[in-house]
Design a protein around this ligand. Structure first.
Ligand code: AMP
Ligand code: ZN
Length: 472
């Protein structure tokens, strides 16, 4: 009798999710510190420009992890923090070159980011802190590190003493010698050791700055994530994620400073890193003309859903090559799936999809399950299962309708231009004015300049009324 009870309990508590932990370099059972309070932190973007396709990869990958954790532990038991880096010299330079305020750039970029990532159907994280909101916490942490001699003040700067942390390099697997060789290229005179990294630096009057025990200045990059994770998730939490380019130095530095500042805590238990995205086999670069922002693609009629599909159809730990073939394949598959699920109610998510994701987020296996379900013509299961990974969402069912609207808008534009030309020739504007006000009534702004006419739908856009404008 007792044995039976024990077996049942052990099955119930069996860990379901496995994660490849970058720090142990092994696939491990995921055991949260507290199943009622599962916590993940993702390093977010530095906000000075539109998010590029590479930035979208961690967003979509870890959004899928967030969905899986919610499924496993419940919506109220998962906290997902993704930050915005809004203190950075690239932002300062951009503001200077455009002659506008820093906050204008960061606010605008954050709005764009949320809009673009919304098109990829990524859920909004539980908390999205900005570095500028946590400078006091960063200062406190730096003060602690100075007290314990893990950091020192020199020539207006505070530096982390890398050699004071014996496990430095364990995440990226780099030896101190390799790191020194890399760091020696330009050693700042205020560093005791070429490996030491900046926690705080002085600001001149034209740069953003905060009062601190070391004068007016601003934090270095790495300290922000340590301070924000501590405040929002605690000194010990479950999963820390980001692109593999962040392993060194960013995550290595986060680990060193957090472990030294809070020696009785464990910081993150699991580290997950997505591999890099390339375009046509090459690193994305403006000089190679293969650099795309998410918005560029959305404007070119590549829907957010197609982008999401492609990002999920390569395992996150493998490099992803973005090609036109993949775009066309994704478009065809989604079109096929959508055409069969248009008037279908979602059924139950197929367990095999959840099992695939539970195996180190195997989104490729999950998508191949979707293909099987499609071939079995079980469209209600297909709809529910695809939605589980953020595809075939209700909101983007309008994709085809949008295309239809665009075609109608083009027709309306032609009619309006013709009427305007006639009006100019005949010096009689009555007809064109009537048509213009009918367009405006459908919730479209009509912007007429000397050479161009633009039709821009606004928030009161009424697509049924729009169709009435060409049905005559
Ligand atoms: P950043 O704004 O450069 O700090 O990047 C924001 C996030 O995007 C980080 O998690 C980066 O690791 C990730 N990232 C940047 N470039 C790429 C890329 N080409 N492929 C995949 N992830 C990337
Ligand atoms: Zn970070």
């Amino acid at each position: 009798m007792i044995t039976t009870v024990l077996i049942i309990q052990s099955i119930e508590t069996m860990p379901n999710i496995k994660i490849y932990n970058s720090i142990s370099r092994k696939k491990e059972d995921f055991l949260p510190l507290d199943p009622q309070n599962v916590r993940m932190y993702v390093c977010g973007p530095t906000v000075y420009d539109r998010a590029h396709l590479g930035n979208a990869r961690p967003v979509v990958v870890f959004d899928t992890l967030f969905r899986l954790l919610i499924e496993e532990y419940g919506e109220d038991s998962v906290t997902y923090v993704r930050n915005f880096t809004d203190i950075d010299d690239k932002i300062n330079l951009r503001a200077k070159s455009l002659g506008i305020k820093i906050s204008e750039i960061t606010d605008q970029t954050i709005d764009w980011f949320m809009e673009d990532m919304g098109h990829l159907n990524s859920l909004v994280p539980s908390v999205m802190p900005r570095a500028t909101q946590f400078v006091d916490k960063m200062i406190q942490m730096i003060e602690g590190l100075i007290k314990t001699k893990n950091a020192y003040f020199n020539e207006g700067h505070v530096l982390f003493r890398v050699r004071s942390y014996e496990h430095y390099g364990s995440l990226s697997g780099r030896s101190l010698d390799d790191m020194i060789a890399g760091a020696r290229v330009e050693v700042a005179p205020f560093k005791e050791d070429p490996l030491d990294f900046v926690l705080w630096k002085p600001s001149t009057d034209d740069l953003p700055g905060w009062e601190s025990p070391w004068g007016r200045g601003r934090p270095g990059w790495h300290i922000e994530c340590s301070a924000m994770a501590k405040e929002l998730l605690g000194g010990s939490f479950d999963i820390h994620c980001g692109g593999s380019d962040l392993k060194f130095p960013h995550h290595e530095n986060e680990i060193a400073q957090s472990n030294c500042a809070h020696p009785n805590e464990s910081f993150a238990t699991y580290w997950m890193h997505n591999e890099m995205l390339k375009v046509n086999g090459k690193k994305m670069s403006k000089s190679l003309s293969n650099f795309y922002t998410v918005n560029d693609l959305l404007q070119c009629n590549i829907s957010g859903e197609v982008i999401r599909f492609i990002l999920l159809n390569t395992h996150y730990r493998k490099p992803l090559d973005w090609t036109e073939n993949r775009v066309n394949d994704a478009k065809n598959i989604l079109k096929k799936w959508r055409s069969q699920t248009l008037n279908v109610n979602p059924g139950v998510v197929d367990r095999r999809v959840i099992e695939a994701l539970s195996d180190d987020l195997n989104t490729v296996a999950a998508i191949s399950v979707l293909h099987k379900i499609f071939n079995q013509r079980d469209y209600s299961t297909l709809l529910a299962s695809a939605r589980f990974i953020g595809l075939l969402a209700e909101t983007s069912i309008n994709e085809e309708e949008n295309e239809f609207d665009r075609k109608i808008l083009d027709k309306v534009l032609v009619i309006l231009s013709d009427k305007r030309l006639t009006a100019l020739e005949e010096k009689n504007y009555e007809d064109v004015d009537i048509y213009k006000s009918r367009i405006i009534k459908t919730g479209i702004d009509v912007q007429i300049s000397k050479d161009t006419i633009k039709l821009v739908p606004n928030s009161s856009f009424d697509r049924v009324a729009l169709r009435g404008l060409v049905d005559e």
